[in-house]
Design a protein around this ligand. Structure first.
Ligand code: HEC
Ligand code: HEC
Ligand code: HEC
Length: 379
């Protein structure tokens, strides 16, 4: 407890325990104004931040920090969402205090000034659960701790970023607004849809680094169904759900058509980072399935090569390794529902071991997306 607070409380004979009781009574009594416009009395405010910090540190005790916090792809994935979901309240290096947020009470802090007080596991708890009574929302999707960790990876890096570095992360090489002309030409007129370009690139190759799945050349029906699944909640992603929710039915169709028409280019995973043994094991699963585990071959539905002609089956070649692995885990846990055909994947994924998922993800990540001859095997 701070000295000044003690001095203030002493004459009143209030101890820490009494203070907790008083806080409780204040809340229960209804004296505490809950209208956002009236703010909190200094003492209630102190009590709220104190109990917030305590509960965050208690909740974080059983959180295990993954070893991916320095991974540039994770930092990029988190940064992309920061600009969509956090900037409106917390600002960014260009606009530290957005006007709308200045009217909020308590005021959302400019995070580079406050982040160093939190450990990664505490940031995880704050971002996942939000802060009650402060208007700080919880992560929009349950079951997506992988996304929450991507945000924590970004927050750890954020205070050391210059304005320019921040801009490069969230906008890519494209200045804000670039890519909009192409989308508008495709019939997508509302200004906010240029936002796709930030993460997926105007050419749909998703900035080439593996933080985001590729959209270029993907089947049109699949892309539209994926967007509708984010809207319906069948597919959970704190990053894509809020974005998809803003789209009209016409925009979904126009965007799917636009990205399908783009040319897929290059791998999104550094081939050096993939073990050749894993790729080879993955190729066997993709081509022959895993009969003992009752897993069918993947290529019949997903390519490469001759696959069943079905626009609702996504192409997988050249998608990022980590993205593929995460999606298989989500199917296996029943956390990705998606389109009306997603049930086909539940059985497949449930019967794959974790290692098999990683292998088959490595195989598809190493496979060229443009249908050029397969160079990964000479069989
Ligand atoms: C609707 C506004 C709003 C949005 C959106 C929002 N926050 Fe907050 N956030 C707040 C407010 C208000 C506080 C201050 C709570 C307090 O001081 O009691 C806060 C506090 C925090 C804190 C603790 C800061 C500190 O040091 O005290 C972190 C970390 C944080 N937010 C991260 C995020 C991230 C990351 C996102 C995006 C995923 C986000 N917030 C989205 C309003 C928001
Ligand atoms: C902040 C970054 C970001 C922005 C902006 C963004 N996306 Fe995404 N997108 C992602 C991420 C991350 C995923 C993977 C989500 C998941 O795990 O389900 C994704 C997934 C998708 C998928 C599913 C791909 C697949 O193979 O299943 C589609 C379709 C998609 N986005 C379309 C769009 C469109 C259209 C827009 C613009 C309206 C857009 N995205 C804007 C980051 C972004
Ligand atoms: C009978 C057809 C079929 C078979 C066989 C099949 N899948 Fe799928 N797969 C689908 C469908 C349909 C979807 C799209 C689900 C949705 O709408 O969300 C899908 C989606 C996926 C996705 C998500 C792609 C993305 O862009 O998000 C991955 C990864 C995947 N399958 C991997 C595999 C692997 C690995 C195998 C083999 C072990 C396999 N699938 C076998 C039909 C199939």
């Amino acid at each position: 407890m701070s000295e000044s607070l003690k001095r203030f409380l002493k004459p009143l004979g209030i101890t820490a325990a009494g203070l907790a009781l008083l806080g409780g009574l204040l809340v229960v009594s209804g004296i505490v104004p809950v209208r956002a416009s009236s703010g909190h009395w200094a003492i209630t405010r102190w009590f709220l931040s104190f109990s917030m910090a305590r509960s965050v540190s208690t909740d974080s005790l059983d959180v295990t920090v993954p070893d991916t916090l320095d991974d540039p792809r994770e930092i990029l994935r988190g940064a992309g969402h920061y600009q969509t979901g956090c900037y409106p309240c917390h600002g960014n290096p260009t606009t530290p205090h957005p006007r709308v947020a200045q009217a909020m009470l308590p005021q959302p802090p400019y995070l580079p000034e406050t982040l160093d007080q939190w450990e990664p596991e505490e940031l995880f708890v704050i971002v996942k659960h939000g802060i009650k009574l402060a208007g700080m929302p919880a992560w929009p999707a349950e079951d997506r701790d992988d996304e929450v960790w991507a945000m924590v990876a970004f927050l750890k890096r954020y205070p050391s970023l210059s304005e320019e570095e921040y801009g490069t992360l969230v906008w890519g090489d494209a200045a804000p607004g670039q890519g909009r002309a192409a989308l508008e030409a495709a019939g997508v007129v509302r200004a906010h849809v240029q936002t796709c370009v930030r993460c997926h690139g105007a050419d749909g190759n998703s900035r080439g680094v593996g933080a985001f799945p590729r959209l270029a050349g993907q089947h049109e029906v699949y892309l539209a169904e994926a967007l509708r699944a984010y809207v319906s909640g069948g597919r959970t992603s704190g990053i894509m759900e809020p974005i998809a929710a803003e789209l009209t039915a016409e925009e979904i169709d126009a965007l799917a058509a636009y990205f399908t028409a783009q040319t897929p280019r290059g791998l999104l995973t550094d081939p050096e980072a993939l073990s050749p043994e894993a790729v080879a094991r993955g190729e066997r699963i993709a081509r022959d399935g895993a009969p003992r585990r009752k897993v069918p071959s993947c290529v019949d539905c997903h390519g490469p090569g001759e696959a069943i002609e079905n626009e609702a089956y996504p192409l997988l070649a050249g998608q990022p390794e980590e993205y593929l692995r995460t999606q298989l885990e989500l199917f296996a846990r029943g956390a990705r529902d998606g389109s009306p055909r997603a049930n086909l994947m539940h059985e497949v994924a449930e019967n794959l071991s974790e290692e098999q998922m990683a292998d088959v993800a490595a195989y598809y990540a190493a496979e060229s997306p443009d249908g050029s001859p397969d160079t990964s095997s000479d069989e």
